[in-house]
Design a protein around this ligand. Structure first.
Ligand code: SF4
Ligand code: FES
Length: 334
């Protein structure tokens, strides 16, 4: 007999290990029914429960107790029960609530995407496009902060921070000595390095990769390029500190930045060390594996990094393909 539990999300049933969260059960199904997550990060213990973007409706509690849950729940923090039925995109109530969550996240967050380095790979930008509304009801002054240097390679722009705590967990769990945390409560909360004390650790650069917005950015890449003009390429090196598996972001022949590889949920596959991130910016430092397949929804996946994906109208039509031969070849060569 299987000791797995059965859960149905938006009409699709899946069997998962007991103790799995609704969010992770949805990820096992994949596709549109996966709730968005701005604070949960599968690689960071204790993450989740902060942002409420992953809210879902539990329309049937379990086989034993089929009563629906009275309120919407954070799917990253709710464990599945056998026979549970969950609604995400099939529930108008969830979609309405998510709109409200986006509005709250944007209360203080500036709409400075045109000058923000995170544009094109910002989870809040994607979330706002999918679930946000065109205007805000907030009339008060937004809170603003001066930019702070966290060491010589990372810049904190607290004004953009959504207090997801991911960087705090990263600093806590990946580095030996915690030098970074959240001070204050409510609207006085802020990320602090205890009065701008530099994070000095081999893995500190990972706080940049886990930040879902442009609050923590790589100073060696800032304002060098828009991310959608660069080409991501997987590469590795024999690194004594980390796995050495990275993504290089090229502009022409130049490596503009080095990041960890991210999965379809924008989560780092393996954390990388600062030497790989900041000090190895020559192509000759790396063994190139090939184009990085960007599978999350961001604008950067819409470029032709791999081979041209012919438009559906062209694909079945040989005459159209022949007429577009030149463009096909150009795109494939790039
Ligand atoms: S700086 Fe970024 S990762 Fe850290 S809490 Fe703020 S939004 Fe989250
Ligand atoms: S992802 Fe669940 S509360 Fe943030």
């Amino acid at each position: 007999m299987s000791d797995k539990v059965k859960v149905t999300i938006d009409g699709i049933t899946v069997e998962v290990e007991p103790g799995t969260s609704i969010l992770n059960a949805a990820r096992q199904i994949g596709g549109d029914i996966v709730p968005p997550a701005m604070c949960y990060y599968s690689k960071l213990e204790g993450s989740g429960g902060k942002c409420r973007t992953c809210l879902v409706k539990v329309s049937k509690g379990s086989e034993k107790d089929p009563r629906p849950m009275p309120k919407l729940l954070a799917s990253c923090r709710t464990t599945v029960m056998d026979g549970m039925e969950v609604q995400n995109i099939t529930s108008p109530e969830v979609l309405e609530a998510r709109k409200g969550v986006v509005e709250i996240l944007l209360i203080n967050h500036p709409l400075d995407c045109p000058v923000c380095d995170q544009a094109g790979e910002c989870h809040l930008q994607d979330l706002s496009y999918e679930h946000g509304v065109g205007k805000t009801r907030y009339e008060f002054e937004r809170r603003t902060f001066d930019k702070i240097d966290i060491g010589d390679k990372i810049q904190l722009h607290m004004t953009r921070c959504i207090l997801c705590y991911r960087c705090v967990y990263t600093a806590d769990q990946l580095t030996n000595k915690r030098e970074h945390g959240i001070l204050g409560r409510g609207d006085a909360s802020e990320i602090s390095t205890y009065i701008e004390k530099a994070i000095d650790n081999d893995f500190s650069g990972n706080v940049i990769d886990v930040c879902p917005v442009g609050a923590l950015t790589d100073k060696t890449f800032r304002f060098k390029n828009r991310v959608w003009f660069t080409k991501p390429v997987d590469a590795h090196r024999d690194c004594p500190t980390c796995s050495g598996k990275v993504t290089l972001w090229f502009k022409g022949e130049e490596v503009l930045r080095v990041t960890a590889r991210k999965d379809q949920y924008g989560e780092v596959e393996e954390f990388i060390c600062n030497t790989c991130r900041y000090d190895k910016k020559k192509t000759s430092d790396w063994v190139i594996e090939g184009p990085r397949h960007i599978s999350n929804k961001s604008v950067i996946s819409s470029n032709h990094y791999e081979t041209l994906k012919p438009l559906p109208v062209i694909k079945p039509n040989l005459a159209l393909q022949a007429a577009n031969k030149e463009e096909f070849e150009r795109a494939i060569k790039n």
